[in-house]
Design a protein around this ligand. Structure first.
Ligand code: UDP
Ligand code: MN
Length: 321
């Protein structure tokens, strides 16, 4: 009787072991996500597109140790507000598509898109509705007298973005935020947003393909800006392109009158005239490895050739381009 029991036990033993191993493997498998991956995560994008946990400030080594098994809630990242002036032309949707594809990879970014138009266009409204980005859609037309070659562009649109930002934050204590002027035709690396995110007052960095040179950059000595490497009007107090600086929300709110000016502003002086109102050269915070790396390019899109476009609509369908 005993031996029968023993032999049954030994026949069953391997099966029992297999069941135990299978159960163990199954519980180790990570649970499948309940919802599709969200567009935004509170993590900045690391090298190679990997999303890395945030390290506060640049002193990554000082970051506190975390309990690996229990995820801690991440501290809120400063919001990056990108003000983009845009106007209707054949390449507009293509430019906005490229820009949205970049912005969608940046955590905690709010896009302030300001149309140079008398009303919000259907094309841009439809585009934004599908862009998957927190956004504010504004419009203001440039007065006809300012629509001339040689005059500064997008002054009214950038000011409308500034006004919206000030209005939105007027009644609350300023949340941490950073403002950046992002023209719709430039090219932005993801690293640029990591750099500007830590702006305390006003930060600066090089810009590629601008001013008739391969790049322009602030000259830095001992961590301070001491001059400008530029091919054009080096005597400007801030010889920098619109894409070469970011400003903290706090500075924008505590200088409520700082705007881009039409009157008295010569072409190419907009940036300098604006920065003069809110900061000094000594105060500037150099980014991008002491301004030795190009992370943004002042690219310009070629005017499209529409020589063969028919005068009247010939196609059987109407297509938005
Ligand atoms: N822009 C605008 N209205 C205009 C011309 C330009 O809103 O009449 C916008 C444009 O979409 C871009 C920014 O202003 O976001 C700068 O214009 P552009 O790229 O033509 O200037 P540049 O490359 O010469 O600095
Ligand atoms: Mn441009």
């Amino acid at each position: 009787m005993k031996s029968v029991l023993f032999s049954r036990f030994f026949i069953l033993l391997p099966w029992i072991l297999i069941v135990i191993i299978m159960l163990d493997v199954d519980t180790r498998r990570p649970a499948p996500p309940l919802t599709p991956r969200p567009y935004f995560s509170p993590y900045p994008v690391g090298r190679g597109g990997v999303r890395l946990p945030l390290r506060r400030g640049s002193s990554g080594r000082g970051a506190e140790k975390r309990n690996e098994s229990r995820p801690q809630p991440e501290p809120r990242l400063p919001t990056i507000y990108a003000i983009t002036p845009t106007y209707s032309r054949p390449v507009q949707k293509a430019e906005l598509t490229r820009l949205a594809n970049t912005f969608r990879q940046v955590a905690q970014l709010h896009w302030i898109l300001v149309e140079d138009a008398a009303a919000r266009s259907e094309l841009v409204s439809r585009f934004l509705a599908r862009a998957g980005l927190p956004n504010t859609h504004l419009h203001v037309p440039t007065p006809r007298r300012y629509k001339r070659p040689g005059l500064p562009r997008a002054t009214e649109q950038r000011n409308a973005g500034l006004a919206w930002l000030r209005q939105r934050h007027q009644h609350q204590r300023a949340q941490p935020g950073v403002l950046f002027f992002a023209d719709d035709d430039n090219t932005y690396s993801l690293e640029l947003f990591q750099e500007m995110r830590t702006t305390r007052k006003v930060s600066v960095w090089p810009v590629g393909l601008v001013g008739g040179r391969r790049y322009e950059r602030p000259l830095v000595e001992n961590g301070k800006v001491v001059g400008w490497y530029t091919g054009w009007r080096a005597d400007r107090p801030f010889a920098i392109d619109m894409a070469g600086f970011a400003v903290s929300l706090q500075v924008i709110l505590s200088n409520p009158k700082a705007v881009f000016k039409r009157r008295g502003s010569q072409p190419g002086m907009q940036e300098s005239d604006f920065l003069k109102q809110i900061t000094t050269v000594e105060e500037l915070e150099p980014k991008a490895n002491n301004c030795t790396k190009v992370l943004v390019w002042h690219t310009r899109t070629e005017k499209v050739n529409l020589a063969n476009e028919p005068k009247y609509h010939l196609d059987t369908v109407k297509i938005e381009v």
